[in-house]
Design a protein around this ligand. Structure first.
Ligand SMILES: Nc1nc2c(ncn2[C@@H]2O[C@H](COP(=O)(O)OP(=O)(O)O)[C@@H](O)[C@H]2O)c(=O)[nH]1
Ligand SMILES: [Mg+2]
Length: 299
């Protein structure tokens, strides 16, 4: 399935609910208060978030006023542009060797995202090593092993209960020895034990900094789009633990509220780097703000 098709089917639920509202709103309507109220309602219903919605509406009002636009048909392109601007970041290209730490609460799809990322980098001709630093449950490294086999990449793991930082230490040593291009670190997500989690993640950061100076190091948080505003508070909580470079937003296929991208990315000022749109190995797409808006607000 082509990339375009993937995003279209992945966002099917969001599109179904949002496209219809947008179509009606941008068909011959006066740009009066009622119009803006309905647009505001449509955005908030799609989980765009109150702050981001207000921002978007205010920019649209200003832009239409400046351009002397009075009919909604002519305002659609402006809305598209404004919404793209809210979630479009200049993300530096990856440098290699690259290390990506993947964090987030249980069940958001961290391990699955790593499996998909392994395939993503592998298909770009990069060599990949997985570090099974979720040592809390034996099942976690078993699950990651299955993904490693699927993508035919190496994995470094230790026994259940071992020190996650020690796994990362081993993995980096091995990656350096073998000249691997990409190391992907899976972690546990025990948020109810925040102090432990914080210690664990800080220790991992320390190991990467010390053992792999000069690597391109990115820390990503994985979020479940179906949890809506909960995802926003997870960004805030993890943001207290480390500097989040980017978001992997999973399970967009399972929600009609894909507007949550705005609530987490625009309001928190953190780029969404990848979106998960299913459980298959190629169901992870590099996020592109324009493609995303093309689906939400068709031209
Ligand atoms: N529909 C859908 N399911 C997903 C997606 N990403 C992950 N999952 C499912 O979410 C569940 C939890 O994933 P897992 O990777 O184990 O989460 P972790 O606890 O954060 O490591 C699994 O059943 C995955 O198949 C996605 O983008 N779409
Ligand atoms: Mg996991």
């Amino acid at each position: 399935m082509g990339l375009f098709k993937k995003i279209t089917t992945g966002l099917k639920k969001t599109k179904e609910s949002f496209n219809k509202k947008i179509y009606e709103l941008f068909k011959g309507r006066e740009l009066d208060d009622e119009f803006y109220e309905e647009l505001e309602y449509a955005l908030i219903s799609a989980d765009v978030g109150v702050t981001a919605t207000e921002n978007i509406i205010e920019q649209l009002r200003d832009a239409c006023f400046s351009a002397k636009i009075t009919k909604s048909d002519n305002a659609k392109d402006l809305l598209r542009e404004i919404m793209v601007g809210e979630i479009d970041y200049d993300i530096p290209e990856y440098d290699y060797p690259l290390v990506i730490l993947v964090a987030g609460v249980n069940g958001v799809g961290k391990t699955t995202a790593i499996g998909k990322l392994a395939h993503y980098f592998k298909s770009q001709g990069k060599s990949v090593l997985l570090a099974a630093a979720d040592t809390f449950r034996a099942a976690a490294s078993d699950q990651l092993t299955v993904w490693a086999e699927r993508s035919d990449v190496r994995i470094v793991k230790q026994n259940e209960g071992s020190d996650p930082a020690a796994v990362v230490f081993d993995a980096i040593g091995s990656a350096k020895a073998r000249g691997e291009n990409v190391v992907l670190i899976d972690t546990a997500g025990r948020l109810h034990n925040k102090k432990n989690l914080m210690n664990e993640l800080c220790k991992i950061h320390g190991v990467v900094d010390r053992e792999f100076p000069g690597c391109d190091y990115r820390s990503y948080i994985v979020l479940d789009a179906t949890t809506g505003q909960n995802a926003v508070s997870q960004v805030e909580t993890f943001g207290e633990i480390f500097d989040i470079d980017g978001i992997i937003l999973n399970k967009l296929d399972g929600t009609a509220k894909g507007g949550v991208v705005f609530a987490i990315s625009a309001e928190q000022e953190i780029p969404v780097c990848f979106i998960g749109v299913g459980e298959q190995i190629d169901d992870l797409l590099k996020f592109d703000a324009k493609d995303f808006i093309d689906e939400l607000i068709p031209r």
